[in-house]
Each structure stands twice: as C-alpha cells, then as structure tokens.
Design a protein around this ligand. Structure first.
Ligand SMILES: Cc1cc2nc3c(=O)[nH]c(=O)nc-3n(C[C@H](O)[C@H](O)[C@H](O)COP(=O)(O)OP(=O)(O)OC[C@H]3O[C@@H](n4cnc5c(N)ncnc54)[C@H](O)[C@@H]3O)c2cc1C
Length: 323
C-alpha cells in the first residue's frame, strides 16, 4: 500500500504494479501533490519545453493506473505499524491491511500567512529557489527567512537574479556560519535585519505580477514599500509525518529517517520516499527516484518475508478492506 499521490507515490505505484505487487495507492486530499499548486515546471526531464504542474501529475496518475496501480480517493486517518500486516484506516472509515507500506505523504512549505501569497503564488511568489529561480534571470528578488533554508535559497538565487535582498525579522541569521559568510560576501546581496514582510503588492490583470513588498521595520515601527520582482518564502517546511509520529524514527524536524542509500525506515516493511524523508533536495525528480527505490525495496522485502499469518498473497491483501 502506498500513501500519497505526489511524484514519489505515483512512481512507487508504477514500479510496484509493474513488479506484480498489486499496489493500492491512497491519494490524500491533494491528488497529485505539491506540483498541482504550481504552473510552469521546466526541470522535470523528458520535456523540451515547460509543462504545467497539474498536467504532469495527471500524466503520472494515468501511467500508474495504466500499469495497474489501484487508486483510492481518500486520506489515511490512522495507521498501526506495531505488527504486520499493518493496519490502515481512512477518513471515509475504510480499513485495510498491508504487508508493506510506502509512506509518500510529502511536505508542505511554510508560508507567511498573507492572503496575497495565494494570489501571487506561481506568479512571483515561490517557496522553492531551485524550482523557480530560473524564471527570475536578470530580475530583483527578496528572500524572507533567516535559517539555513533562507540562506541557501538566497545563495542559489545569486546565480540568476541581479539583486537579492534577504529580509529577516531578527538581527542575525540562524544559518551555519560558513553559509552566512558566503552570502554576506556576495556583492549583489543585501540584508534587511529586523524587518518583516507585511504584504505583497502587485497587479492581477491580466495575470498576477508582483511589483513590490510592504515591509515593516521592527526597530522603528515604520512601514515602507520596496520594489521587487519576486518573493521567495524560505521559512522552512513541515513534513507530513503526523500519521506515523511515535511509531517510527523521525528526525527532530519531523522527517522520516531512512537508512543510507535506501528507503527503509526503522520499522521493517515500511518504506518512505520523497519530501517526507528529504529535507535536502525537495524536488519532483528526486521524489520520483525515491518512489522507484521504495517500490523495489518493498518488492524485495515481500519476497524475503513470508506473508503475515492468515493472509492471502501479500500483493493483493492491501485491497481487502477489513472490518
Ligand atoms: C509551488 C511549488 C512549485 C514547485 N515547483 C517544482 C519544480 O518546478 N520542480 C521540481 O522538481 N519540484 C518543484 N516543487 C517541489 C515538488 O513539488 C516536491 O518536491 C514534490 O512534489 C514532492 O513529492 P512527494 O511525492 O514527496 O510529495 P507531495 O508532492 O508533497 O505529495 C504528497 C502527497 O501525499 C498525500 N497525503 C498527505 N497526507 C496524506 C494522508 N494522510 N493520506 C493519504 N495521502 C496523504 C497528499 O495528498 C499528496 O498527494 C515545487 C513545490 C511547490 C510547492
């Protein structure tokens, strides 16, 4: 059974189905995952030109279904990993047993909570410099945040933008010193300490365009507008691991821990793939790659371990709802 329908989940579904494991994939409340919330995707291999995120995820879904992965349009409410077969209960109240489980519930970028973030998301507002930095070639951008994510995002953007301003609400970064030094030494970078972004200013007709940010100086209390072409929100991510908290090993930020060069978690038979276990790369292609690894490792696990007692063949059992 696979939980999640982002690039990791669908890819696990494709590989598991083609291996004859009869996978069942629960989509969650965002079928297609994070990429359905964006527009142009230019870095997923296989397409000469930009494709739309929702279209790309539709293709993955169709491919998974085409090779025999069964989809359940529901969200998992509860899992019990204490013994095999693992027990899964969905929001709709259906219950399932699974001999192996792939956790692919992804992560969510933290946002500032401004209404305008929704309006301009994908149109000048982003939470991923690796994904969207290229669209800001020759432009001026602002990065908000002060931890490793913010400093890394800002450093990445110096390769594209003509000016990078980091807005941080404190008077020092929390990021590693070596990263800070590299950032602060870059001539196109400036930092606005003790400032917060209060609003995003722009036009929406015919399509949204960011033109400025409204900032507040926390020291003096004064507000001002700063012209910019884009805003990168880099205040961290929350892995969607609440379902399994306390049942397997997570790191201090809540990411599922996996063995090196593997998708194995601390519970035998449970594998994790994609953003839920990746605080570093957070890309569609790396998530898809991990989904492939998880399905292959799940297949090996099933062939090395006898199905749990009173079960039908391991691959089909996930499809049988239990009381
Ligand atoms: C705006 C934006 C633009 C991006 N642009 C790019 C880009 O251009 N290129 C790129 O490579 N990457 C991009 N990314 C990053 C990329 O989207 C992620 O790295 C990738 O989607 C992670 O895939 P995933 O499968 O791990 O999880 P996600 O895509 O996060 O999917 C998680 C899935 O888990 C499901 N789920 C969660 N909880 C449950 C539950 N309880 N039960 C069942 N299902 C559940 C959700 O419904 C969802 O389907 C972008 C991200 C964002 C937010």
């Amino acid at each position: 059974m696979i939980i999640g329908s982002g690039p990791a989940g669908y890819t696990a579904g494709i590989y598991a189905a083609r291996a004859g494991l009869a996978p069942l994939l629960v989509t969650g409340l965002t079928p297609g995952g994070q990429l359905t919330t964006t527009t142009d995707v230019e870095n997923y291999p296989g397409f000469a030109e930009a494709v739309q995120g929702p279209w790309l995820m539709d293709q993955m879904r169709e491919q998974a279904e085409h090779v025999g992965c069964e989809l359940v349009y529901d969200a998992v409410a509860e899992v019990d990993l204490s013994e095999r077969p693992f027990k899964i209960r969905t929001e709709a109240g259906d219950a399932f047993l699974a001999d192996t489980l792939v956790l692919a519930m992804g992560a969510q970028a933290r946002w500032l909570g401004l209404e305008a973030e929704r309006v301009f998301s994908g149109y000048g507002v982003s939470a991923c410099a690796t994904c969207d930095g290229y669209f800001f070639r020759g432009k001026e951008v602002v990065v908000v945040g002060g931890g490793n994510t913010a400093v890394e995002e800002a450093l990445y953007l110096t390769g594209h933008a003509t000016k990078v301003t980091v807005v941080h609400r404190r008077d020092r970064f929390r990021a590693e010193q070596v990263l800070q030094d590299r950032l602060l030494a870059n001539p196109i970078v400036s930092v606005l300490w003790n400032h917060v972004v209060e609003d995003i200013v722009g036009t929406t007709d015919p399509t949204p365009v960011v033109t400025a940010l409204r900032l507040r100086d926390l020291g003096t209390g004064t507000a001002r507008e700063m012209p910019t072409d884009g805003l990168f929100v880099a205040i961290g991510h929350d892995p969607s691991s609440a379902l399994v908290r306390g049942q397997l090993d997570l790191d201090e930020a809540g990411y599922v821990k996996v063995a090196p060069w593997s998708t194995r978690t601390s519970v035998p038979g449970v594998f994790a793939a994609g953003d839920i276990c990746d605080p570093v790369f957070r890309q569609a292609i790396t998530s898809a790659g991990m989904g492939c690894m998880a399905a292959i490792e799940a297949g090996r696990f099933l062939s090395e371990h006898a199905p749990s007692p009173s079960s039908e063949p391991a691959g089909t059992r996930a499809q049988a709802p239990v009381a």
